[in-house]
Design a protein around this ligand. Structure first.
Ligand code: ZN
Length: 327
């Protein structure tokens, strides 16, 4: 079925991550009709991953009893630096990619228009248009998962910077000489509050003899630790886990204060797996710390909230991008 312009009415959003690919089919009202998740298998190389993205899209379309010809476009969020005009992934360490023409390759596989953006930018687009109904003129979205990234909407438009790398908030240094970060630097926000940093802190303390209910739940090596386990431990009264999560929330609050000082956005939205699982444990501390550290008067009226799109933020943003670009 086509819309009044004679164009197919569905769009596809794809969230390409280091470990999983998620594809969702969306209608004109941005309602998700169905989604499919498969593993990325980046170790098999870019060609194999591109083939898997195409397969994921086809399966999602099939899941909704549709055909590819009823899809007008595909929006993909990729981790790392992306050139949206060329549809090129410039640098994606999680995937081991450099200068890869993702748009061209996927268009060839699926014979549909493809648009590519950085994953945090796309999540911010999704939150802005679907969850916030495009209301805030300026918005910073901060996503805390394995790593930490941000997307910036300034004066109603996505801002990606001179080299398309704006929003790398995870590598904002919060403590000179602080703990080592995956990027090679020290004291980055990521090294205090990412899932990787929180888990490492817990595992190191446990090795040094720290007692926690987590070992009763998961065994001494904590190999299968997940963010939801931290919530369970805190609700069972584990003060050690509570303190570690509070600390991560405080550093996040300081980062939000820096964002407020720098951009003075109407709204700061937090998302990603860590926030999804620990919203009630972290958000109040984040907001309070941010207001404490922001320059007096600057945080007045600024909303600091959690997104509730969860795993759907990326695919929703992909759908927003595809819809916008095929109008
Ligand atoms: Zn770093």
């Amino acid at each position: 079925m086509a819309d009044t312009n004679g164009k197919p009415e569905y769009v596809v959003g794809v969230d390409l991550g280091g470990t999983k690919i998620l594809a969702g089919i969306f209608d004109r009202q941005l309602e998700c009709l169905g989604r499919i998740k498969i593993s990325t298998k980046s170790e098999r190389g870019p060609d194999a991953v591109i083939e898997r993205i195409a397969r994921c899209v086809r399966e999602a379309v099939d899941e909704c009893d549709l055909e590819l010809k009823r899809v007008r476009g595909i929006g993909v969020g990729a981790p790392g630096a992306v050139d949206p005009e060329e549809g090129k992934v410039i640098f994606a360490p999680n995937l081991g990619w450099e200068n890869l023409s993702l748009k061209k390759a996927l268009q060839k596989e699926l014979d549909l228009p493809v648009f590519v953006e950085n994953d945090c930018n796309i999540c911010t687009l999704g939150v802005h248009e679907k969850e916030l109904k495009s209301k805030p003129r300026s918005l910073v979205g901060i996503f805390i998962g394995t790593g930490i990234g941000a997307g910036l909407i300034l004066d109603g438009r996505l801002y990606s910077g001179f080299n398309r790398t704006a929003g790398e908030i995870g590598h904002m240094v919060l403590e000179v000489g602080g703990p080592k970060c995956g990027c090679g630097n020290r004291g980055c926000f990521d090294a205090f509050a990412s899932r990787t940093a929180i888990f490492r802190k817990i595992q190191t303390a446990v090795k040094e003899g720290q007692k926690t209910v987590l070992t009763t739940m998961l065994g001494d090596d904590l190999a299968d630790l997940r963010s939801s386990d931290l919530r369970k431990a805190i609700r069972r009264g584990d003060q050690f886990v509570e303190r570690i999560v509070e600390e991560a929330a405080e550093y996040t609050g300081v980062a939000v204060a820096n964002v407020i000082n720098l951009f003075n956005p109407e709204m700061v939205v937090l998302g990603g797996g860590v926030i999804d699982q620990l919203e009630s444990e972290m958000m109040a501390i984040i907001a309070e710390t941010a207001r404490d550290y922001a320059l007096p008067g600057t945080a007045k009226g600024i909303e600091i909230v959690a997104s509730h799109l969860g795993d759907d933020a990326g695919i929703t943003g992909g759908a927003v991008l595809a819809r916008r670009e095929t109008k």
